[in-house]
Design a protein around this ligand. Structure first.
Ligand SMILES: CC(C)(COP(=O)(O)OP(=O)(O)OC[C@H]1O[C@@H](n2cnc3c(N)ncnc32)[C@H](O)[C@@H]1OP(=O)(O)O)[C@@H](O)C(=O)NCCC(=O)NCCS
Length: 253
């Protein structure tokens, strides 16, 4: 069987010409914002002005969350060990998982699946809660260790309202939050849940969910890795001094 040529519809290259989704990259440069071109490359078309602003807000919302999340800690520890910037940033990205950034993808998946069901959003939210609780799965995109009201969530939902992106996925997410409350649980929609709901209402596939977080947080990770390099000494103490040894007692060979 003859080898088939791989196909791509992202970027075409020829000597002196680079076209992203058909647009000349030199023409995009300086005329479209980074967020608008991210939208173009992920969705295939340039955004409207409103879509571009929403995309920009989403990318800004996750750019950094301080020195404590697993990704910035990992990036700093790797840098502290004497590794290059790319290793530190890659290590930070590898920590992104179910409990850190990865919730966008899973939350968008549930919202997209359950909004396809018949019924009042309030009842569908109850079904979602019951189904996941039976499987002992936490609903991704809800709850936060630090923020009862996450300012990023408030801002994203307000912008989505103003720019008319409020649709069935945000409605369902808000119904889930209300259903938790009725059960006596204060588990607000966190920023991952808000991004999941908004990107779903913008028509993005849930399988791109983690991508939004990675694109945004990479910027913060570069800043953390760089700061570690220029402000801290190598092999510094990362705080785990107090600990208990409970292995075998000292013994003779
Ligand atoms: C973010 C998170 C880790 C914060 O956890 P926390 O504030 O330390 O809360 P705890 O792990 O102590 O859980 C407290 C209780 O709330 C429940 N709970 C917390 N988040 C829940 C969720 N998303 N869905 C269902 N139940 C949840 C726990 O099961 C626990 O119940 P229990 O006391 O009956 O055992 C947690 O809410 C979570 O796992 N959320 C889902 C993942 C997510 O959205 N991550 C992105 C964070 S921005």
């Amino acid at each position: 069987m003859a080898d088939e040529k791989p196909k791509t519809n992202i970027t075409s290259i020829a000597p002196g010409k680079i076209r992203v989704k058909g647009y000349d990259i030199a023409e995009l440069m300086g005329r479209k914002s980074f967020a608008e071109v991210v939208y173009l490359i992920l969705k295939g078309e340039l955004p409207t002005e409103a879509e571009g602003r929403m995309m920009d807000a989403i990318l800004t919302s996750s750019i950094d969350h301080g020195i404590t999340p697993p990704s910035s800690l990992a990036a700093r520890i790797i840098m502290s060990g004497g590794n290059p910037l790319n290793a530190a940033v890659a290590g930070g990205i590898l920590t992104i998982g179910e409990s850190h950034g990865g919730a966008i993808e899973q939350c968008a998946r549930y919202l997209q699946e359950y909004t396809g069901r018949d019924g009042e959003p309030g009842l569908v939210a109850k079904d979602l809660l019951r189904d996941l609780s039976l499987k002992k799965i936490r609903i991704p995109g809800f709850g936060h260790r630090l923020h009862n009201v996450d300012p990023r969530t408030v801002r994203l939902f307000r912008m989505a309202d103003e720019l008319r992106f409020s649709g069935k996925h945000q409605r369902l997410a808000k119904e889930v939050e209300a259903a938790f409350k009725k059960d006596g649980k204060d588990l607000p929609i966190n920023v991952d849940g808000a991004i999941a709901a908004v990107i779903s209402d913008m028509g993005f596939d849930w399988r791109l969910g983690k991508g939004f977080f990675i694109i945004s947080r990479t910027v913060g990770l570069v800043a953390h890795a760089y700061e570690e390099r220029i402000r801290q000494k190598p092999m510094r103490n990362f705080g785990v001094i107090e600990h208990e040894y409970d292995g075998p007692e000292a013994r003779e060979l």
